[in-house]
Design a protein around this ligand. Structure first.
Ligand SMILES: Cc1cc2nc3c(=O)[nH]c(=O)nc-3n(C[C@H](O)[C@H](O)[C@H](O)COP(=O)(O)O)c2cc1C
Length: 171
């Protein structure tokens, strides 16, 4: 049976996949399905009214390669009346001028295509120079996770973010 939340992730080295599974466990496997974007279709995404997208940033601000391949399809999805939350993995030290940039690519597309974006996240507690994923001066467009520099903070960040989006998604 179709569940209420669809979680879609792309991942090169497993961090975003691990995070997606952690998020699914916290929401509840009875309430959420999980998909690798590398094996997903437009219809898979269109099925859900509540969506979570996980995207890591690679090579100086680029989207992970499976997401990059999927973007032409993604741009043609109508997100009207859908609630969308975004999370991303990055490295705030080695890529301090591009930290979690790729979240902003998905954010702009879903916003343009009618989504209500939820799960904005404060930038306090991170140490980076620039991120395209910052809006309103000090908020990430979604949950930023740094498994390279701040892995100890991941568990609490995920817990607090999932609690927040569950309220915002009414689940
Ligand atoms: C070659 C290379 C390029 C990277 N480029 C960026 C970047 O531009 N911005 C960023 O925030 N993180 C960057 N990272 C860090 C990755 O996003 C980070 O390790 C992330 O956790 C990988 O997620 P994944 O395992 O799901 O692919 C880069 C890492 C490597 C090895």
């Amino acid at each position: 049976m179709k569940k209420s939340v669809g979680i879609f992730f792309g991942s090169d080295t497993g961090n975003t996949e691990k995070l997606a599974k952690m998020i699914q466990t916290k929401i509840g496997k009875n309430l959420s399905d999980i998909f690798d974007i590398a094996e997903s279709s437009k219809e898979d995404i269109e099925t859900y009214d509540k969506l979570i997208f996980g995207i890591p940033t690679w090579y100086y601000g680029e989207p992970q390669c499976d997401w990059d391949s999927f973007l032409p399809i993604f741009k043609n999805i109508n997100f009207y009346d859908k609630k969308v939350a975004i999370f991303g993995c990055g490295d705030q030290e080695d890529y301090s001028e591009y930290f979690c940039d790729a979240m902003s690519i998905l954010y702009k597309i879903v916003l343009k295509n009618g989504a209500k974006v939820i799960g904005l996240w404060p930038s306090s507690g991170y140490y980076f120079d620039m991120s395209k994923s910052i809006i309103n001066n000090d908020q990430f467009v979604g949950l930023a996770i740094d498994e390279d520099r701040q892995p100890d903070m991941t568990e609490l960040r995920v817990k607090n973010w999932v609690n927040k989006i569950c309220v915002e998604m009414n689940i």
